[in-house]
Write a protein that binds this ligand. Structure first.
Ligand code: UDP
Length: 311
């Protein structure tokens, strides 16, 4: 297949590009490097069938077709970006998604939209099945991301209903692994970078809030299973091993041997209290489930951060 991967220089995108190339696909990556990094795809540069273009999909998609699949992972995704990159997030989540859907429509390509567990907001149903409509504050500090992603789902379904574009919607839950930005601002990258620098790990609030972290290779496996399936979704893709942030910080301290402990800091506004995907649909419809235990994925992530000169 000839596949367009928007946001291909990010954490998930770069791992996805590598996996597509391994299975023999031709990959064109588009990324504006706002949060992605050229170094993430530098290793793919020499591989047959890979090319990448620095461009903002909100302004247009300057790559000639035709494509058989369009995968849209383009969007800043760390809560730390929701303030400073608010307009970029809204642009990417609206014009960017529309431009990529137009490519899929033009080429008759299958379109996969990366949506998010953030569409569930601070969920009142736990764990979260795809049938839950969510609890999102439409004017809160997270709203630029949450509402952009909800809009992206609506736009994707509109193209499906209006023009018959074959679509797939993945609701991605917290994903981590090698090639995360050390200054990304998220829990795993902060904890690992802080531990390796010998600084205390910044736990927000009392650390009792929970997330379910999915290793990047598992995430990519889920996305490819969805792309190849007959299921348009939305489908939750993530891990259902739910942990408190204090547990995750403790695990990182154990893995790194850090002696600096934790520092409790103020919790951010509208931070979801708990989050865990109901994976029934993914297991049944995609025959897929995550297999990497958190301790193993974190160990690989720590190793990657260690191998960098400046964690
Ligand atoms: N968090 C934390 N310390 C940090 C960064 C994040 O305790 O240095 C918490 C954050 O408040 C949230 C959880 O970890 O409850 C996950 O945050 P992250 O930014 O990784 O992802 P998201 O909020 O998008 O799920």
């Amino acid at each position: 297949m000839r596949v367009l991967v928007a946001g291909g220089a990010g954490l998930i995108g770069s791992a996805l590009c590598a996996r597509l190339l391994e299975r023999g696909d031709e990959v064109v990556c588009v990324d504006n490097l706002v949060t992605g990094s050229a170094s993430n795809v530098a290793g793919l540069g020499g591989r047959a069938g890979f090319s990448w273009v620095e461009a903002d999909v909100a302004a247009g998609v300057p790559v000639p077709g035709a494509f058989e699949a369009v995968i849209n992972l383009a969007c800043p995704a760390s809560p730390a970006d929701f303030g400073p990159l608010a307009r970029e997030i809204l642009d990417t989540g609206s014009r960017g998604v529309a431009n990529l859907l137009e490519v899929a429509r033009r080429d008759g390509a299958r379109f996969l939209q990366a949506s998010t567990s953030e569409v569930y907001g601070d969920p009142l149903v736990h764990p979260q099945p795809e049938s839950y409509w969510g609890n999102v504050n439409p004017v809160g500090p997270r709203s630029v991301y949450d509402e952009a992603k909800r809009f992206g789902e609506a736009l994707t379904m509109a193209y499906h209903r209006l023009y018959g574009v074959e679509v797939r919607i993945a609701r991605i839950f917290n994903t981590y692994g090698p090639r995360m930005r050390p200054d990304d601002g998220r829990a795993v990258s902060n904890f690992v970078a802080q531990a390796l620098r010998g600084e205390p790990l910044t736990v927000h609030g009392d650390g009792s809030q929970s997330r379910s972290f999915c290793y990047v290779d598992d995430q990519v496996g889920g996305l490819l299973a969805l792309l190849g399936s007959g299921c348009s979704g939305p489908v939750n893709i993530g891990h259902d091993d739910e942990r408190t942030m204090l547990e995750v910080a403790t695990l990182v301290i154990e893995l790194t041997g850090s002696r600096a402990g934790v520092r409790f800091v103020e919790r951010t506004a509208d931070d979801p209290v708990r989050r865990r995907p109901d994976l029934t649909l993914a297991r049944r419809e995609l025959g897929w489930e995550p297999t990497t235990p958190l301790s193993e994925g974190l160990a690989r992530t720590v190793e990657w951060f260690r191998s960098r000169t400046d964690p």
